[in-house]
Write a protein that binds this ligand. Structure first.
Ligand code: IPD
Ligand code: CA
Ligand code: CA
Length: 268
C-alpha cells in the first residue's frame, strides 16, 4: 500500500469507528436540515473533521473537497485533492439502519489515484489504487460475470433531494425493472459502487449525485475490471453526477435500456 493509501485507510477507519460508537447514542445527536429531505448531524461534521485532521497531519498542503466543509485549500503544484464523504447514507444512519459508509478518494491532477470505502457495520474495507487493483480486506475484487439485465441485481438511488430528475428517473426505473432485474435501493451510493466492484451488484445507476458520493467507488469499479460512465456514455459523471456502472456487459445493457428514456435537457 502506498503511503497515501495508508493515510486514506487510517482516516476512513477512524471516521467509521467514530460513527459506530456515536450510533449508540443517536437520540442525543443534533440534526439539521440542509435542504428538502437532506439532513446533516453533528456526527457527519465530526467524522469529516477527524478525516481532514488525519490527512492534514500527513499532508498539510493537500487540498480538500468535503461534503460538509466544502473546498479547502488550493490545489498546489502536486495537484493533490482529497474528495470526502464522511458519512454516506446519513438517512439510514439517523434511523439506525445498518447501511452507510465512509468514502475517501484522492485525485492527483484530476485523475483518481486512491479510493477507499469503509463500511463500519460489517467492518469491510474496500480499497482501490490506480493500476494496482481493488481489494476487500485481503481479497482481490472482480466485478461479476453476469452478462444481461435479466436476472441481474442492480443498485440504484432515488432522486429524493432534488425533484428535478424525478420524471427522467422514473422512466429509467420502469425500463430497468421491465428488463427483469432485481433492483435495490440501499441508501449509500458509495457502498453501492463498492458492491459493484465486489460483484455483489451487477450494475448501478443514479442521477444527480455529488463528486464525494462517487469518487472512491468509481476507482473501485474500474480497478475491479468494470466500467463507469455518465448517462451518455462519456466521462462527465464527476461533473453531472449522473452515473451508470457495472461489469462491461451489464453496463452496456443498462445504457441501452436507460438512454431512450432520458430527456434531451438532462445533462450527460
Ligand atoms: C446520499 C446517499 C444516497 C443517494 C443520495 C446521496 P448522503 O448521500 O449516497 O444513496 O441516493 O443521492 O446524497 O447525503 O447520505 O451523504
Ligand atoms: Ca453522500
Ligand atoms: Ca454524506
Amino acid at each position: 500500500m502506498s503511503p497515501l493509501t495508508t493515510i486514506a485507510v487510517r482516516a476512513a477507519r477512524a471516521a467509521g469507528d467514530f460513527l459506530l460508537r456515536t450510533g449508540e447514542r443517536l437520540h442525543e445527536l443534533r440534526i439539521e436540515m440542509k435542504g428538502p429531505n437532506d439532513f446533516v448531524s453533528e456526527a457527519d461534521r465530526e467524522a469529516e473533521r477527524r478525516i481532514v485532521e488525519i490527512i492534514h497531519r500527513a499532508y498539510p498542503d493537500h487540498a480538500i473537497l468535503g461534503e460538509e466543509g466544502g473546498a479547502q485549500g488550493e490545489v498546489g503544484s502536486h495537484g493533490a485533492r482529497w474528495i470526502i464523504d464522511p458519512l454516506d447514507g446519513t438517512t439510514n444512519y439517523l434511523h439506525d439502519l445498518p447501511w452507510y459508509s465512509v468514502s475517501i478518494a484522492l485525485e492527483i491532477r484530476d485523475r483518481l489515484e486512491v479510493g477507499v470505502v469503509y463500511d463500519p457495520v460489517r467492518n469491510e474495507l474496500f480499497v482501490a489504487e490506480r493500476g494496482k487493483g481493488a481489494r476487500l480486506d485481503d481479497r482481490r475484487l472482480r466485478v461479476s460475470q453476469h452478462n444481461k439485465l435479466a436476472g441481474a441485481v442492480i443498485g440504484t438511488g432515488f432522486p429524493f433531494k432534488s425533484q428535478r430528475h424525478l420524471d427522467a428517473y422514473t422512466e429509467t426505473f420502469k425500463a430497468v425493472s421491465l428488463a427483469g432485474c432485481a433492483i435495490r435501493r440501499a441508501g449509500s451510493a458509495a457502498l453501492d459502487l463498492a458492491y459493484v466492484a465486489a460483484g455483489r451488484f451487477d450494475g448501478f445507476w443514479e442521477l444527480g449525485l455529488q463528486p464525494w458520493d462517487i469518487a472512491a467507488g468509481v476507482l473501485l469499479i474500474q480497478e475491479a475490471g468494470g466500467t463507469v460512465t455518465d448517462v451518455r456514455g462519456g466521462d462527465r459523471f464527476m461533473k453531472t453526477g449522473n452515473v451508470v456502472g457495472g461489469n462491461l456487459r451489464v453496463h452496456q445493457a443498462l445504457m441501452d435500456t436507460i438512454k431512450p428514456h432520458l430527456g434531451v435537457d438532462l445533462p450527460a
